[in-house]
Ligand binder design. Structure first.
Ligand SMILES: Cc1cc2nc3c(=O)[nH]c(=O)nc-3n(C[C@H](O)[C@H](O)[C@H](O)COP(=O)(O)OP(=O)(O)OC[C@H]3O[C@@H](n4cnc5c(N)ncnc54)[C@H](O)[C@@H]3O)c2cc1C
Length: 610
């Protein structure tokens, strides 16, 4: 079906004949609800709500017997509308829609009422009030469902190809896994090389395997299927569309290697693997950029990889007899103590990889350059991953000296007369003693900050969390999905992660993407705007109000006759258009204005004093 075909939203199933027959099912939720809400009393009252012909209580409505009782009543009592009052719809709305389908009832003739989170849990000290509220909410749902019409899912053609944005470890893993399932993939990387932040060789915790080896394996997985098209020095200049139907313009090559050209492609899903940015200290922060002996862990990674073997470490031509690390630079920032970044934001988050990175680097220094003394100045230290704690013990055994500062008492760093770096702080491993150290090298353990991710973020309105990283829908239940359907998250674009976590997230994103692409058509909920073509006079008020680019357009149907048209793939059913139409010619499927009216009537009716 064409995504702009207006007929998608028309009622398909036959409207049940005669007066609606509603079944109300109240769940005790094993006491979670019935310890507070008087479920039996509520069920008794529900018999008096107009249209209700069945009113029952069950200990676990979601159990097989609970669902079966609904199915039996659909047939036995000829129910054509269902209301279940139980826990959050987030948990079981789909369960009961499934029961309706098995009873041969259109699943959109079912309403879910949350009387656990919204009644028994929040009003546990007021059983009477909680019961009255539950009855009122059920009354509203019965009112609404009586006005409901059968609906069908929207089905749109699926372009069965994936776009992965970002060719770091996470992007490579997502692309290789997807291609391994037989799907074509386009992998777009802004720089001239795949590999992201691991391109400079380093020994990686927690295995000690070199980054080069890991990248070679990932790249060989990407190339071996023959199904991944890699575009280097390229980025997304324009994107629009929706799940199954994204139109993307890719611009490249970005470097000096040729004339810029735009390529248009169509894809069904987009995996965001745009990675992180290492924190860059402000000019002068711990003498950064002002003293040659102050560098970051990122610079030190490279310096260590190139450092000539010998008794003593040499960095930037300086012989390093004493080195110190300071943790949490650009992470766990505190208001009033730290300066906000250019965007006015503080990085309050823990960057998770810095502690083990410091331990890894400190051990390497002590092992390779036995004459170099190493100080590790931390505020808290946590090597949380499996096998990471070993780095802490090994560093201790290797002679690394640990010292501890308080987050709101940052170490003071100044240039010493002999070209070394002077570090002064109170050490809380020795009960607040002031420590003064002169070192030849100060390494700042910089954190991870959100990457810019490119224009795609604004164009698709991808949400960011308070920390600035791309925000998943739910950290536990939907950890690699973002609120824009068809877009998935892989790796550190979402949050600080080590390599193992980045690759695990990328694998999960690939599985989700595959599930979205495997079908010929994508299915969307039918809760989108619908234009009544008899009433629409083409005022265009709705289009001015719509925030979702392309969701509503004005179409000239015949000379002089203009009407609004909904693109169901882009409409999210927010209802902003409904409120402004001067002819009341637009409504939301499943949430029509008359349904709201019926809900209000239902609430009021049940709140009447007996
Ligand atoms: C100093 C340091 C040391 C570390 N050491 C270790 C270690 O020893 N062990 C470990 O497990 N982890 C380590 N990590 C963490 C590791 O680097 C990350 O987990 C890993 O790089 C995350 O991969 P990624 O693909 O998510 O992001 P990235 O590596 O950041 O890759 C993102 C890619 O996307 C590209 N990109 C960004 N935006 C766009 C765009 N708009 N269009 C196209 N391309 C784009 C970038 O150019 C880049 O190639 C370390 C991190 C740091 C900072």
């Amino acid at each position: 079906m064409d995504a702009t075909d207006q007929s998608y939203a028309e009622n398909r199933g036959a409207e049940p004949a005669g007066q609606p027959r509603v079944g109300v099912y109240i769940c005790r939720c094993g006491g979670n609800i019935s310890d507070v809400v008087d479920a039996e009393h509520a069920a008794e009252i529900c018999w008096h709500i107009p249209g209700v012909v069945v009113s029952k209580v069950h200990t676990f409505m979601c159990s097989d017997p609970g669902q079966q009782s609904i199915i039996d009543d659909i047939h036995g009592e000829k129910l054509d509308r269902i209301v279940v009052a139980s826990c959050s719809p987030f948990l079981h709305e789909l369960t009961f829609r499934g029961a309706a389908i098995r009873g041969n009832l259109n699943p959109y003739l079912y309403e879910h009422v949350n009387i656990r989170e919204q009644c028994s849990w929040v009003h546990k000290h007021d059983p009477q009030g909680a019961t009255a509220k539950a009855i009122a909410l059920i009354g509203a749902a019965v009112g609404k469902v009586r006005q409901s019409r059968p609906l069908e899912k929207i089905r749109l053609n699926n372009r069965r190809r994936a776009l992965v944005v970002g060719g770091g470890p996470a992007g490579m893993k997502a692309a290789a896994d997807l291609a391994g399932t037989g799907l074509p993939v386009l992998l777009v990387e802004r720089t001239g090389r795949l590999g992201g932040k691991l391109v400079s060789p380093q020994s990686l915790f927690p295995t000690g395997i070199g980054s080069t080896q890991i990248l070679e394996k990932l790249e060989s997985d990407v190339r071996s299927t023959g199904r991944v098209e890699v575009l280097l020095e390229s980025e997304i200049s324009r994107v629009k569309g929706f799940i199954g139907n994204f139109d993307v313009t890719i611009r490249g090559p970005l470097g000096p290697s040729g004339a810029l050209t735009d390529v248009d492609v169509s894809v069904g899903v987009i995996v965001m693997a745009t990675g992180f940015q290492p924190y860059v200290p402000h000019d002068g922060e711990f003498l950064f950029n002002r003293h040659p002996g102050v560098i970051t862990t990122v610079d030190f990674q490279e310096a260590l990889a190139c450092a000539p073997e010998g008794k003593r470490l040499v960095v930037n031509g300086r012989e390093i007899r004493r080195a110190a690390f300071i943790h949490c630079v650009g992470s766990r920032q505190i208001e009033g103590v730290h300066e906000p970044g250019p965007d006015g934001r503080l990085n309050k988050h823990c960057s998770r990889v810095c502690c083990t990175t410091v331990l890894n680097q400190a051990i390497q220094v002590r092992r390779r350059f036995a004459d170099t003394r190493v100080y590790d100045i931390y505020q808290d230290i946590r090597a949380y991953g499996r096998g990471h704690e070993r780095y802490y013990s090994e560093a201790s055994r290797a002679g690394v000296i640990f010292l501890r500062y308080h987050g709101d008492e940052r170490p003071l760093v100044s240039a010493a007369e002999d070209q070394s770096v002077h570090v002064s702080f109170k050490d809380y491993l020795s009960w607040g003693e002031t420590i003064d150290l002169d070192v030849d090298l100060l390494v700042l353990a910089v954190g991870m900050t959100p990457g810019p991710c490119g224009r795609i973020v604004d164009q698709l309105k991808l949400p960011r969390g308070e920390d600035g990283f791309l925000q998943e829908i739910h950290p536990k239940l939907r950890p690699v999905e973002i609120s824009v359907n068809g877009v998935l998250l892989a790796g550190t674009a979402q949050a600080p992660m080590n390599l193992q976590e980045s690759l695990a997230a990328a694998g999960a994103a690939a599985v989700k993407a595959r599930a979205m692409l495997v079908k010929e058509q994508v299915e969307l909920n039918p809760y989108v705007a619908r234009v009544n073509t008899q009433r629409c006079e083409g005022s265009g008020e709705c289009i001015g109000q719509c925030e979702y680019d392309g969701a509503l357009t004005m179409v000239e149907e015949s000379p002089g006759v203009r009407r609004a048209r909904v693109n169901p793939g882009l409409c999210i059913g927010c209802g902003a258009c409904v409120a402004v139409c001067p002819n009341s010619a637009i409504d939301i499927n499943g949430w029509r204005v008359e349904q709201y009216d019926a809900m209000v009537d239902g609430l009021v009716l049940q709140n009447q004093p007996a």
